[in-house]
Design a protein around this ligand. Structure first.
Ligand code: 9UX
Length: 72
């Protein structure tokens, strides 16, 4: 199964931050693809919901030193 989600990010201060988040998410089990747009502060993630949850992704982002905001 494949699902796509968009996460609103907080705490990025330079473009390398976006890369760090992108790499971190990409390495997670169940994540097929992760793209972070620094300007929009958004992460687009394609993942298998049977393997990884959005909450786990948020925890990963927090571990890297950033945050997520609830999206409307
Ligand atoms: Mo840029 Mo982000 O130097 O953690 S990588 S601030």
């Amino acid at each position: 199964e494949q699902k796509k989600t968009s996460l609103q990010l907080t705490g990025m201060t330079c473009a390398a931050c976006a890369n760090r988040i992108e790499k971190g998410l990409s390495k997670m089990e169940g994540v097929q693809e992760a793209n972070v747009n620094f300007a929009l502060e958004k992460a687009s993630v394609t993942f298998d919901p049977n393997v990884v949850s959005v909450q786990q992704m948020e925890e990963k982002i927090e571990k890297l030193g950033y945050g997520t905001a609830k999206e409307t």
